[in-house]
Each structure stands twice: as C-alpha cells, then as structure tokens.
Design a binder for this molecule. Structure first.
Ligand code: GAL
Length: 700
C-alpha cells in the first residue's frame, strides 16, 4: 500500500491498479481543502503497517486493525443496527429488503471507529465486508480457543481483530480520515466530498406529494386547502401520473391531466410553492428522444424502458435536454428520482452490458450518483438551488441536494436509518404515508418534522396532514414548529456544508455520550433450537442529535414511556427549559402532542415567526432567540439569499449569537452585526432565557 498525505488528516493509499471508474469519479466530488485544513493536522491514526493489502486471483484483499474495545459505525444506510462490529455485508445498491446485509439504498463503503478515524474504500464494485468477524491464524490477538463442554463464555462468534474487505478488482484506492474525534473524522470525510448541500430555504419547509393520478385542478385545490386550513406548504410533488406514460416514462406532460403546465407552475409560484416531479430514469419507446438516445442504451430494460448509460457524456446531453427545456426552464423546482436502486428482479441484472464498457455492477453502484449529479447541474446552470428525493446514493455523493427515501415503512427502523445516515454523508427522510391510527400518524409526523425533509408522501394513500381529525390540530402545530425552527435548520445545514457536521447524527458523535453495548444471549432459545446461538447486542438506536444542540427521542405508537440516554453535561427540556438530567438514563412519560426533545446546557435555538411558506429572497423575518440552561451559549447564525448559489462566491453571512450571564446575575444576549454588502434578513430580535421562564412553553 502506497500512502500519500493529500490534505491535513487525510491520506490516500493505493494498491495494485486501481480502476479508473470509481465512486469519486462518478460523483465528481470536489474536496473543500481549506475547510479540511481548518480542522488541523493530525497524525496517521493507526500503525500504517497494520493496514494490509494483498492482490490475489484478480482481487484485492484488504485488512484493517481493530482494538479490543473499538466500536465500528457506518457502511451506509442500515435500518436496524448502529454498531457494525462483527457484521458481514456485501455492499450492493438495492432496495432495502428488511435485513442489514449490505443491500441497501446507499451502501457507502465508509466506516468510522470509536478510536476516532474513518476508512473509505473508493470502489464502484460490490464489496464483501467482514467488519470484525473473521479470526486469522496469523493474528497477534487471536481468538481464544475455548472448550464448549466446560466454558460458559464459549461463543459462536469468536473474537476478531480486523475489518477485512474483499474488492473484486486488481487494485483499489483507500482513504483514511483522522479525527481525533469520530465526529471530526466524519467531518473530514464529508468535506473531502465537497461538504453537505445547503438546501434552498423552501426545501426545509413542508412538502406534500399528491396522489399519483391527480390533475392540475386537483393540485391547485390541494394547495388552496393547505392555505385555507393554515397548514404550511413549500413544495408539492407530482407522482407518475403527471406524465403521458410512466413505467417506462415519456417525461412529457399528460395533456388530459395537465393541459397547461406552465400556467400551473406560474400559479404555484404566485402562491410561493415550488413543484417537484417524480421520475424514474427508464425511457419509454414513446419518449421524444428515444431514437436519438438509441446508441447509448444498456442491453436490458427496466419495466420495458431503455436504460441510458449516463456515464457517457453524449448520452447525458441528449437525455437531460428534455428535462432542461420542458421542466427546469419553465420553473420546476426539483425531482424525485425513483428506482435507481430496485430489487434485482426489477433492475438490470449483473449480466447486462453497457455501451461505455462499464460492468452492470459498476453502473448499479453509481447510477444514483450519476442522476443526482447530472440533474442538480440543470438547476445550477440557472443559478437556482434544488432539493429533491432519490432512492439510491453512495460514497462521493455527500454534496448532492437529495434526500433518500424508500417503500419500507417501519417507523423505528426509519429512525435508525436517520441515525445511520449521519455516519455516511447521507440525508434520509422517515416520510409519512398513512397510518393505522391517529396516534401513529402523529408520531410519524413528529419525526418528519425533525428530519432533513418534512414530507407526507400520499402517492397511493391520498392522505393530507389533517386526514386524522383527532390529531389534526397537533399535526398543524408540529408543522408550524418546523417553520419556526427554520433559522435553526438553515444554520445546521450551513454547518454541514462549511464544516461537514451532519445536521442529523448518531449520539455516538456527541461529546460525553458513552454507552457500552451489552452482549446479551438470547435466553429464550435453547441449544436444540439453535446450536450456534449468536449473542445479540443491545444498542441505542432510537434517539439522535439534530443541529448543534438538540437531542430528539421519538415516541412510537403505543408507547407511553421511554428511556433516554443523556450524554454528560446538563440537559434541559426543549419546551419548558426544565432541567432533566446529566449523563444518565432518564425515563419520560410520553405526551401525545409532543415529541421529546432535549437541549444541551447553553444551547441556543433561533426561531422565526411561523409562516406558511419559507421566507423568500430578501424577505425579512424576526428572530426569537431561545437560550437554555446555566452556561453561556454561542450559536453561528447563517444567512444568504436562500435560493441561489451566490453563497459559493462569498455572498453569505455568519452572525455570532452570544448569551452570557452578567455580574448582576441577569442574562444578556447579543448578536453580531453584518457588513452592508452581506445578506441579512433578520428584522427584530427578542430573547427568551428559558431558565427564567419557570416551565412556560414559548414554542407554542
Ligand atoms: C415507488 C416510490 C413511491 C412512489 C411510487 C410511484 O417506487 O418509492 O414513493 O413514488 O413509486 O409509483
């Protein structure tokens, strides 16, 4: 392995002949080197000689060390497990099938460990990962041979001191990211991939996806209903029925349902609503460009639609021209790009061939990256930001303005996916579609409000936020809370972009959080039932951090109490400011109308007044700044025009919010001023020091 220090705390290792087409080239990610430098120099985090690589039989064998207590996180969008040590996976882009086996929407070959560093395998192949599961004969810390007859500690999964990865190629690039903390390793990884996206401000508002066969009038009627009922709405999504044909697609408006799309877009614009269009990429023989694109199709079809080889520049040009001309220029705000994952029986098989000469496997692993990159360019050309949905991504895709979703619908697992997304530079929405009960509807809704995209996807159900009358008011209040928190969310995304800090992330990335995973034997199963009974791990997979200082602990339908693990330091109730604990496990009673949220000591949450739509360019909003606890606090408030890419040329501002206690014991808040040339949309500022509020709820 040849190592090269390519940025402070970032090393590239090469072994053999690394393939030219890989995750980073597919994504064309541009590292933000100045931002990485600001994280400082750091030594190579492990003994270099302990990382081993071998070429054998046209494959690359990689081995990375693990210490005894070291914990492993990452490997993309897992839905059930946070801790990955001991797991075996084949990283393979796929629709999640209910098991964390590597087949998922974004099987990112990146992991971080509790020793504070990260490893990324830059390969567009299916990778076999043994994340601390194999025991080597040549190990310096081998598994102990135990006598099963007499030793109760005997286990079917003996100790392993290595992560081993098999790359089916004659060489590969490996990147190592130093910390020193796990969060800093994740930050370096994210910044190396260009940093996270800053959505347009409207992207952080509420979005509704309408029934798949809605027509133009129904869409407008729905928008009016939101307005009349006082529910916020920023963008509305059309599902397959906007097209004349779908599965496969014409990408052309259906003239009976949408006789005048330009007028629709215009009317929506007047109402401050952006339009999002569903597609999957597969081309109907009736699409206007079907013939022209013919030289660039793969050998197999998806739902009888041709699969364009979007790794080829000529194909890209022909393909996206229709999107540019018919959708983006008239004012469509974004896409939902579906089915770029897909079970094997839907998608092209691995025996498919493509005109670029890339293997079907390579396109499978990177198709999500290609469509995100190429579609977001259409908006960038117009100097307009977009924020859309996609069902597959991979390493390299951190900066794309897309949020992943799927068809699976387990609420708890949706939250585990949200937690895991933050380890791998991904954004995930636990979208609400329909529910068995009003209680479940509200519980699901509460979590979309604390996620990267606050969305109802009613493509099949036709649900609305108010569909369950018993909780319609509570839902409205939650949606308005999302809007009030817009300045907090917007700054959190700016921190993702400029510093690489994931806006939604696992507790493990938070200082002062430590919890040993307990190995528990499944006591209910006997030797007869399962002679190789595996120890199961108990882990915290249902609470997470949102933005700089909030801890979110969702309640799931049917629960009346739950436990919350608080990191060290004092924590306060978000709604009342009351002290709740310090480095301990607390039990809380669930209130139907609230999702439990806790704030770090000194935490600051800037709010705006609840609007039905995100503030537009140059639209002023007043700030109400909440401060929690007993310690002084700081918050970096970010602002820009909210819609363009001008921030990339320095047209943005950071304002320091500071809260201190003066010598007379009174709290005082200040906010720094901005130069005249810099964007500043803040009007009046008021302060709320929660420690003086005695349990009132200023969030109402
Ligand atoms: C699914 C997708 C759904 C919806 C549907 C429309 O594949 O996950 O959210 O868009 O297609 O046919």
């Amino acid at each position: 392995m040849i190592w090269e220090n390519i940025a402070p705390g970032v090393w590239k290792g090469t072994v053999g002949e690394a393939e030219e087409y890989n995750l980073l080239t597919a994504a064309a990610a541009k590292p933000n080197l100045p931002a990485i430098s600001r994280l400082g120099q750091a030594p190579f985090p492990v003994e270099k000689t302990e990382i081993k690589a071998k070429l054998l039989d046209g494959k690359t064998y990689l081995q990375f060390p693990l210490e005894r207590e070291e914990q492993v996180f990452g490997f993309g969008l897992n839905f059930k497990t946070i801790h990955q040590r001991g797991r075996i996976m084949r990283l393979h882009v796929d629709h999640y099938g209910g098991q964390d086996n590597g087949r998922t929407h974004a099987p990112v070959p990146f992991y971080v460990t509790s020793n504070g560093y990260g490893v990324f395998i830059n390969s567009s192949r299916y990778l076999d990962v043994y994340a601390g599961s194999g025991s080597r004969l040549d190990s310096e810390n081998p598994a102990e041979a135990m006598d099963r007859n007499t030793n109760p500690d005997w286990t079917a999964s003996p100790y392993s001191d290595a992560v081993e990865i098999l790359v089916p190629a004659k060489g590969v690039e490996v990147y190592v990211f130093a910390g020193p903390s796990m969060l800093e390793a994740v930050q370096r990884f994210n910044l190396f991939n260009g940093g996270g996206p800053i959505p347009p401000r409207w992207g952080l508002g509420f979005t509704q996806r309408v029934h798949r066969l809605f027509d133009q009038d129904q869409v407008l009627a729905e928008v009016n209903e939101f307005e009349e009922k006082g529910y916020p709405l920023d963008f509305i999504g059309l599902e397959p029925g906007w097209q004349s044909k779908s599965y496969p697609n014409t990408f052309a408006w259906d003239e009976s349902r949408f006789p005048d799309p330009e007028k629709l877009i215009q009317k929506l614009k007047e109402k401050h609503i952006s339009l999002n269009l569903w597609i999957n990429p597969y081309v109907s023989p009736e699409a206007s460009f079907y013939e022209k694109l013919k030289p660039y199709y793969g050998s197999h079809t998806v739902w009888a639609g041709a699969v364009p080889d979007l790794s080829i520049p000529e194909a890209q040009k022909i393909y996206w021209e229709t999107f540019r001309k018919d959708h983006v220029l008239p004012g469509v705000g974004g896409y939902k790009i579906d089915e770029v994952d897909g079970y094997d029986r839907w998608l092209w098989p691995d025996v498919a061939q493509f005109p670029s000469g890339l293997a079907a496997e390579q396109l499978r692993q990177t198709y999500g990256l290609l469509v995100q990159k190429q579609s977001s360019e259409l908006f960038r050309e117009q100097n307009r930001r977009t924020y859309g949905l996609v069902r597959a991504s991979n390493g390299g895709g951190v900066s794309f303005p897309y949020v992943i979703y799927n068809d699976y619908y387990d609420h708890k697992d949706f939250i585990t996916a949200l937690i895991n997304s933050g380890f791998s530079g991904l954004l995930w929405t636990p979208e609400a579609r329909a529910s068995k009960t009003a209680e479940e509807w509200l519980r699901r809704f509460q979590t979309v409000v604390f996620s990267p995209m606050a969305m109802i996807n009613a493509w099949a159900s036709g649900t609305k936020p108010w569909s369950y009358p018993e909780v319609a008011e509570e839902i409205k209040e939650m949606a308005l809370l999302r809007m009030k928190m817009m300045p907090y969310w917007y700054s959190s995304f700016a921190l993702y972009h400029f510093k690489g800090i994931p806006p939604f992330r696992a507790m493990q990335l938070e200082k002062g959080f430590s919890i040993k995973t307990e190995k528990q034997t499944n006591a209910t199963s006997t030797l007869e039932e399962n002679p190789y009974n595996e120890a199961i791990k108990k882990e915290i997979n249902d609470q997470y951090m949102a933005g700089p200082s909030l801890l979110v602990a969702p309640i799931f339908a049917g629960e009346e109490v739950r436990k919350v693990v608080l990191p060290k330091g004092k924590w306060y109730d978000f709604y009342t400011g009351k002290y709740v604990g310090d480095g301990e496990v607390i039990t809380i009673n669930a209130r139907l109308d609230q999702i439990p949220v806790f704030v770090k000591d000194g935490g600051i949450v800037p709010l705006m007044e609840p609007m039905l739509h995100a503030p537009g360019k140059n639209q002023l909003y007043d700030l109400k700044i909440l401060h929690y606890g007993e310690s002084p606090g700081q918050f970096p408030l970010y602002d820009d025009d909210g819609i363009s890419y001008d921030y990339e040329n320095g047209h943005y501002s950071w304002r320091d919010i500071n809260v201190i206690k003066e010598s007379n014991g009174k709290w005082k808040g200040t906010i720094s001023t901005v130069g005249a040339q810099k964007p500043n949309n803040v009007g009046k500022v008021t302060w709320v020091f929660m420690s003086e509020k005695e349990g009132q709820n200023p969030l109402k």
